[in-house]
Design a protein around this ligand. Structure first.
Ligand code: F3S
Length: 441
């Protein structure tokens, strides 16, 4: 068994319990996890660790490379050691200490043919899923864990991967997380600790930039546009959205989901405030925490239109072969809306419609009859992944239609396709006509 030297307490303060884990009291896997967290924390300048009981991460094995590692000996422990603890030594992985939710994968194992998956990989994945569920992971398989049972409370320290989930956790729920990696999350699952830096602390959460609204922001598309505009300008800084007249209609979950995802794609926004709406910004002053803003940007009709044109820059051909909805994963409300829009219509023979949602919401859609309506029209509801994650689109796709600014940002860059971004109604219409008839609304 590896034993590490007692660490220098001047660099990072550990509690007695943490020190004992670090010294190997709880076995080699936890010792390795603590070693990783201490090295990671010191590199970040953290002085201590914080307790967490909320991790969201990718854990399962999904690739032929990971399968080869498992087959070489060591099985799933070898995969976890290598990919979730950054350890070439294979250590036996104990059950997780921390409430852990599984994020999305690179495919939907229930639709192998759509993702070009071999039977072998599906079987290997299923084995891996069973294994990590046995360790204590919740198989939510979504980028929106906050929709399906993992809803951090204000001030709760978390260790989450996935930028669109992180920005939602920090900004909308008031949870506290940085954008972690697979390894730091792996270590957090085993120890219940994560370095205390960045968005775990008060000061970095304060707004630095103000986005002042000159127009009303209402629809899901409106919020996607504003998020894209904001991320592009502020990059990794913390913006506060503010309107002198007050934010009109309070944005709901789908709107804030699209807003944050867009801001974390065009920039790297991990935390924002909306004055009068989000929990740490009852007022503009509270969001700024007594600081002066570094810069104030205005958002009016000209900025909205320019953002729309920027997101639609790759859209040229009106012929559409693929419509993808569900980035971030659709809520039940959005599936309900899509079902209403498509009921009685048919997806065009030259086009496919794929909708992505968490597994749990898919079963609700099944029970509510929405899946049947969508399938009757020729669309499919999938889970666990999306086209950007899986790099999978229907064969022959040259042009896609999307209602997500995030997916419109990534898909052309990842797959070289053209993308049109519009409202859900415009996307459903494109699926049924095989043409993009949308325009600036
Ligand atoms: Fe989720 Fe894929 Fe979008 S993982 S946030 S649906 S890029």
């Amino acid at each position: 068994m590896l034993r590490l030297e007692t660490q220098d307490k001047d660099s990072m303060q550990l509690t007695d319990h943490e020190q004992a884990m670090y010294d190997g009291r709880d076995g080699p896997a936890i010792q390795k996890a603590m070693d990783l967290l201490v090295r990671y924390g010191e590199a970040l300048g953290a002085e201590r660790l914080v307790e967490t009981n909320n991790v969201c991460a990718t854990i399962t094995a999904t690739t032929p490379f990971q399968r080869d590692i498992a087959l070489k000996g060591g099985g799933m422990d070898a995969v976890f050691s290598e990919f979730s603890l950054d350890s070439q030594d294979v250590v036996k992985i104990p059950k997780f200490k921390t409430f852990t939710s599984h994020l999305q994968l690179g495919f939907d194992p229930n639709q192998p043919e759509k993702f070009g998956l071999s039977e072998e990989i599906v079987q290997f994945y299923n084995k891996s899923e069973k294994h990590v569920a046995g360790l204590g992971a919740q198989i939510m398989n979504t980028c929106t864990p906050y929709q399906v049972g993992n809803v951090p409370t204000r001030g709760e320290h978390c260790a989450w991967m996935e930028s669109s989930a992180v920005v939602y956790c920090n900004s909308v729920l008031g949870g506290r997380t940085n954008t972690e990696g697979r390894e730091s999350c792996g270590a957090a699952m085993l120890t219940g600790r994560i370095p205390d830096w960045g968005y775990h602390r008060d000061e970095p959460r304060r707004a630095t930039h103000v986005i002042e609204l000159d127009i009303e922001v209402e629809s899901v598309q409106d919020w996607g546009l504003l998020g894209y505009f904001m991320g592009d300008l502020v990059q990794e800084r913390v913006p506060v959205v503010y309107s002198r007249r007050g934010i009109g209609k309070v944005p709901n979950l789908p709107r804030l989901k699209h807003f944050g995802a867009a801001a974390s794609s065009s920039g790297g926004v991990e935390m924002y405030h909306i004055a009068g709406v989000t929990p740490e910004a009852l007022t503009l002053e509270q969001a700024l925490g007594g600081n002066q803003p570094v810069e104030i940007f205005r958002y009016g009709e000209a900025e909205r239109r320019a953002t729309y044109e920027k997101i639609n820059a790759t859209g040229k051909d009106a012929e559409i072969q693929y419509v993808m909805l569900g980035c971030p994963h659709y809520t039940i409300e959005q599936i309900w809306e899509a079902a209403q829009l498509i009921e009685g219509r048919k997806v065009h023979e030259n086009c496919e419609l794929w909708i992505f949602t968490p597994r749990v919401i898919k079963s609700l859609a099944d029970r509510n009859g929405y899946t049947e309506i969508i399938e009757k029209a020729g669309g499919i509801i999938m889970s666990d992944s999306c086209s950007a994650m899986s790099r999978a689109v229907p064969k022959g796709t040259k042009t896609v239609a999307l209602d997500s600014a995030k997916q419109a940002h990534y898909l052309p860059a990842i797959l070289g396709v053209e993308a049109w971004f519009g409202t859900t109604a415009q996307c459903i219409d494109a699926a049924c006509t095989g043409r993009w008839n949308g325009g600036y609304e």
